[in-house]
Ligand binder design. Structure first.
Ligand code: SF4
Length: 346
């Protein structure tokens, strides 16, 4: 598969899955935009996208690029001049649909400038805004219509010998999204940007994204991901990381496994599990930690964990690789486990 270099982040061809998000402050407000780009990078974004709705936003991109250190994508609809302005100002990728920018000569100008500067273009096919009549032509099959739309946009860029393309096939329906990306993987050789669009507020959005993006990644489909949430954008890279971790695609983290608790639990396990999870969330180390409710099933069920605790009656045992090391009074469970984790990861 083709690889694409987005300001030094290479996607496709088996490279690590890059995490993306998008700012939601006005791009023309440089200091706010810079602040949010940096916060998103800090939260785990490899690439950040900004909306460029007008000339003021396009002009602002120059200073935003200068003052940030993560590759930036300019998101442009319909106006090819904004794409040209952004490329002159150092953005690392453009998101624009060449079939929607007012004629072939405009697409040619964008492709020529992007090629000269080595800037990739993402074609963003969206199930909700396809060309008129396309859905009917495809017998009402939305995923198929999305593929046809992608073919048209790609053909325009390829006519100008431009192949530095990333493709997204988003829909607000999880099932359509999965179907469209599966078909895209068969049909095209370009890296795929995965996402479920308009996924909703935090909880529903997280589940829809995890199901849609997760199903595809589990099949080896997808090269960069964006979780879309109607919430603080900072939550998007955090959610993306959780999806990657669930599929062992981001191994440099501490995995906490914990039991759901049941009638055998005699310690207050839920706050213990939460405290441990939060404390280790940002530690970059490969370790498996278990927080189990009882000794009857705990150490045995979690014997592949490197370290863990299993609750007793107002106490717990600390175990390593299934072997009990020592007993802990309830108040010492969290500090003792965290101290052990610290020892094992330093
Ligand atoms: S580990 Fe023990 S407390 Fe937790 S769910 Fe299993 S049996 Fe219940």
């Amino acid at each position: 598969m083709k690889t694409v270099n987005i300001g030094g982040v290479i996607i496709g061809g088996g490279n690590p899955i890059a995490v993306q998000s998008m700012t939601n402050v006005p791009t023309q407000d440089v200091s706010l935009a810079v602040q949010q780009v940096n916060a998103l990078a800090e939260a785990g974004c490899d690439i950040v996208r900004l909306a460029v709705p007008d000339e003021a936003a396009a002009k602002a991109m120059e200073e935003i690029v200068e003052k940030t250190s993560v590759p930036l994508v300019a998101d442009i609809h319909f106006d090819h001049r904004l794409a040209l302005m952004c490329m002159e100002r150092g953005v690392h990728k453009i998101r624009i649909n060449p079939g929607n920018i007012g004629g072939e000569e405009n697409a040619a100008a964008v492709a020529k400038a992007a090629k000269a500067k080595g800037i990739p273009i993402r074609i963003g096919v969206n199930g909700g805004s396809l060309e008129q009549g396309l859905l009917e032509q495809c017998g009402g099959n939305l995923a198929k219509a999305m593929i046809e739309s992608a073919k048209r946009h790609i053909a325009i860029l390829e006519r100008y010998d431009f192949t530095d393309i990333v493709l997204s096939m988003k829909s607000s329906s999880v099932k359509t999204t999965i179907e469209a990306y599966r078909m895209a993987r068969e049909a095209f050789d370009y890296p795929l940007h995965l996402g479920v669009t308009e996924a909703g507020t935090y909880k529903a959005g997280l589940v829809k994204s995890a199901v849609g993006i997760g199903a595809l990644l589990a099949d080896g489909i997808g090269d960069t991901i964006r979780v879309s949430l109607t919430d603080d954008p900072i939550k998007e890279p955090e959610a993306a990381k959780l999806i990657l971790r669930a599929l062992d695609l981001d191994e440099n983290h501490i995995e906490v496994v914990s039991c759901p608790t049941c009638g055998r639990t005699k310690i207050d396990l839920i706050p213990i599990a939460n405290a441990v999870s939060e404390a280790v969330e940002k530690i970059p180390a490969k370790l498996k930690v278990a927080v189990m409710g009882c000794v009857v099933n705990g150490p045995g069920e979690a014997k592949d964990a490197d370290v863990g605790i299993a609750g007793g009656d107002g106490c717990a045992v600390l175990f390593k690789k299934g072997e009990i090391v020592r007993k802990l009074p309830e108040a010492e469970i969290v500090p003792a486990l965290l101290a052990e984790i610290k020892r094992m990861t330093e």
